[in-house]
Design a protein around this ligand. Sequence first.
Ligand SMILES: O=C(O)C1=C[C@@H](OP(=O)(O)O)[C@@H](O)[C@H](O)C1
Ligand SMILES: C=C(OP(=O)(O)O)C(=O)O
Length: 445
Amino acid sequence: MSDATRGRTRQDWIAAPGRSLRGEVRVPGDKSVSHRAVMLGALAEGVTEIHGFLEGEDTRATARIFSQLGVRIETPEATRCTVHGVGLHGLQGTDAALDCGNAGTGMRLLAGVLAGQAFDSVLVGDASLSKRPMRRVTEPLATMGARIRTGTDGVPPLQITGGQALHGIDYALPVASAQVKSAVLLAGLYADGETIVREPHPTRDYTERMLAAFGWPIEFGPGIARLGGGHRLRATRVDVPADFSSAAYFLVAASVVPGSELRLAAVGMNPRRTGLLQALRLMGADIREENPCDNGGEPVADLVVRHAPLHGIEVPEALVPDMIDEFPALFVAAACASGTTVVRGAAELRVKESDRIASMAAGLRTLGIAIRETPDGAVIEGGRFGGGSIDSHGDHRIAMSFAVAAQLAGGEVRINDIANVATSFPGFVELATGVGLGIAAPSAS
Ligand SMILES: O=C(O)C1=C[C@@H](OP(=O)(O)O)[C@@H](O)[C@H](O)C1
Ligand SMILES: C=C(OP(=O)(O)O)C(=O)O
């Protein structure tokens, strides 16, 4: 198990209705972009300055791993990170296991990077990550010539044998996954010939955009990316936008709590991330985009959200990859809406930090909501929440989603095991209570 979580005190939240949400919130930096900025900064030549870095546990784990591999990384301020790149072939091996903590993104992308190194390495994770499927990356990487052993049933740890000659592949992803796409592309940096990745649905394209920003020749468009090996990465400045996935809790909370009007400042609006915005608008949400601008190549905008009555919808399946991490928040919106909401085509939710369909269904049922699970989604009937005790299953997104649900609850909601909120959203309670949510400060249990 991961050192990051071994022996950690379990913490709970007590959440209950607060007041209408008012004011302005600036959520922390994007987790996906922060992981990639450290990785490419480490492999680049020169010094990469990362502004708006997410100081969460997932991204700190990635930074710690590159420090173990000989990369000097400084954090002169909490959200600034200076990475002294060692070049594509400058990492140094270590006998110690590399601990990705709770981060699927960290482990899967690192598998691609480490498959191309001259040294052996071992990737481990916490109890949740240690149950997540890794064959989705080890199989295409093996086709490229990598040697990676997984634990039984294809889960971590990953034992990577270095010194393998990699070659490019033309790979059609069986599932829409930016992590698998990125692992193959990152291994492609070390491969002979061309690496092509084709996606069944377009997914977030941060790896492709950032490789281009670091000067690596790459062609990409929706659903396809193509690069050759043997070039160099050149250090650059990375501006990390605020994480749309963290903004999601406030979009839902302000939509459902009467009297709310909230501004979310400078949120990352990459279209491969904003599916929830479209889904909420289909449900009747009142969300305006203001001050759109470009932040280091990524679109950002202020989002102004006002309370509005929501109604159930059939969530268009085409939106699923663009809101894959926002379903726990969407389930809460659906439970607050009039009528029925149907989610389909989202089986990937079952292999996240927890089985998010099962975790949300159990928690919503505890609060008195009628929900039927299906293999790839759920049918949710809008209703009234009571109080109760919710198991977050150590999953940050489940914990934060139920903190939002509690704002409409008829009784107190106890949310168990919330420590992992720090993986993606350090300071959530302070920010949320500052604009009106009722969440008692974590207490040890
Ligand atoms: O590439 C990324 O940064 C991510 C991709 C998604 O995972 P999948 O690739 O498994 O869909 C997402 O759920 C995760 O939070 C971050
Ligand atoms: C799925 C998530 O992250 P990861 O896969 O990196 O653990 C998430 O943050 O919701």
